[in-house]
Design a protein around this ligand. Structure first.
Ligand code: HEM
Length: 434
């Protein structure tokens, strides 16, 4: 006899079988006129695949997530939802094989990037549901998807997998549907807030880029710095909402697992994560709290390059050539301090303080609440592949902690923290009422 979770699962599976028939059939005949794309035309095979990714694929993933979530061990996904997993694999494979055979590739960056996102979502979902397993397969059994992803990756000069911007800054909405794995509320919430933050970081980065030609003492520099401060305050506020509204279990068990590493051909590529944007590093480097000549930090940026869209890569390279604001102020101090604009310095120090708080919020609140604490309850056997980048969680947490402490200018001797420099600059600013 089925228990209530079993009955629930059976009902979901039946509903999904009904959807299989209803929603797949029309795809076979998809034409451009039935499915207009606002920005550019795809050929009908890519269109059919895109339509499947935005509809049926989301339904299948959502059904599977609902089923796993009812299980006593939510990570025991083996042997559950066999029909849905088969449908996901077979339908996706058939559509991808058509695209591979008929694709009119290399039309524009946007076309190829979108298609890479779609193939990547398919491959990421197959890994999430255990259809492929990096620990078991020496090569990806998704032969057609691997071939298409590698072709696109080579054409775009990027990692041949989906990356964070496929969900964020480059997530085109078609007929009301953006690109998502599931239709779960927490999937939307996480990516919407992440994307809002990324756009705000980009705004802050843009203001910081504009300071160098003006110099540290310009009155417009104060306006640009003020805009950076206001932007960071908005990020702090957004993260508070995410902390409050995101459901811990849903994020941990139903959203995060899609961001695991997977194989393309024989090569394992790490998962895309919300931090794959240049803007955060532009802020780090132009402020000067982190430095590109620090091995730990430089290797992190270097590793990130294939996961960034070209405009982000160009920004990252450009900001490495900038003298940081921190170094600029220190130079003025070492020259006697007479050239320093105190209002500008005061605003810079306010930004450093705020930026440290945003970094601490990411690590001590978001990472702690949504990753560290739920994973501490897991048995050892379930601790594998918890991180998007691949290393064990403890190693990732350690690296995130170092980043937090660089941004906080913490009092640590084992990292090139700017604590002492910060104290020297702070000593120049008169205390309120002093
Ligand atoms: C529920 C919310 C969040 C959680 C649980 C979370 C968790 C994580 C984790 C675990 C990593 C390390 C990934 C790995 O190497 O495996 C990471 C990296 C990163 N995340 Fe988040 N994150 C969240 C929200 C955000 C938001 C809103 C942003 C804003 C853009 C962001 C920006 C970053 C950045 C930039 C990195 C790269 C490391 C760094 O430079 O600090 N995260 N995050």
């Amino acid at each position: 006899m089925l228990g209530s979770a079993g009955a629930f699962r059976e009902a979901l599976l039946q509903e999904n079988r009904r959807l299989t028939v209803a929603s797949v059939t029309p795809l076979r005949g998809a034409t451009r006129s039935k499915y207009p794309h606002p920005r550019y035309a795809m050929n009908r095979h890519s269109e059919a695949f895109d339509q499947w990714i935005r509809g049926r694929f989301v339904e299948l993933n959502t059904t599977l997530e609902e089923v796993y979530f009812q299980e006593e061990d939510r990570q025991a996904i083996e042997g559950v939802g066999g029909d849905e997993k088969r449908a996901l694999h077979d339908e996706g494979r058939e559509l991808i094989a058509e695209v591979l055979q008929h694709a009119d590739l290399h039309r524009s960056f946007d076309d190829d990037f979108d298609l890479l996102g779609n193939v990547g979502l398919y491959m990421g979902a197959c890994e999430r549901h255990g259809i492929t397993q990096i620990g078991r397969d020496a090569r990806s059994p998704l032969v057609e998807a691997s071939a298409l992803a590698m072709q696109l990756g080579a054409s775009l000069d990027m990692a041949p997998r989906f990356v964070a911007s496929h969900f964020g800054t480059h997530n085109r909405v078609v007929n009301g549907h953006g690109r998502r794995f599931t239709s779960l509320r927490d999937d939307d919430l996480f990516f919407d807030y992440n994307t809002r933050s990324v756009f705000l970081y980009k705004r802050a980065a843009e203001s910081l880029f504009r300071i160098r030609p003006l110099g540290l003492s310009h009155e417009f520099t104060l306006e640009l710095l003020t805009s950076v401060r206001d932007t960071l305050e908005k990020i702090l506020a957004l993260n508070k909402v995410l902390f409050r509204d995101l459901d811990v279990d849903r994020f941990f068990y139903s959203v995060r697992p899609y961001f695991k590493p997977y194989r393309v051909g024989s090569q394992v590529y790490r998962g895309g994560n919300g931090g794959d944007t240049a803007a955060v590093h532009v802020v780090d480097l132009i402020l000067g709290l982190c430095r590109a000549n620090h091995g730990f930090y430089a290797s992190m940026m270097h590793e990130k390059l294939p996961f960034l869209v070209p405009e982000d890569r160009a920004q990252l390279r450009a900001c490495m050539r900038h003298e940081s604001l921190f170094d600029g102020f220190m130079k003025q101090v070492n020259e006697g301090g007479s050239r320093i604009s105190l209002p500008n310095l005061k605003m810079f120090l306010e930004i450093c303080d705020l930026y440290g708080r945003v970094a601490a919020q990411h690590h001590d609140e978001l990472v702690n609440r949504f990753i560290e604490r739920p994973s501490s309850a897991l048995p050892q056997v379930r601790m594998e592949h918890l991180t998007t980048s691949g290393p064990p969680l403890s190693a990732v947490l350690n690296a995130l902690e170092r980043l937090r402490d660089l941004r906080l200018a913490a009092d640590r001797k084992d990292i090139p923290s700017r604590r002492q420099d910060l104290d020297r600059l702070k000593a120049l600013v008169p205390k309120p009422g002093g």
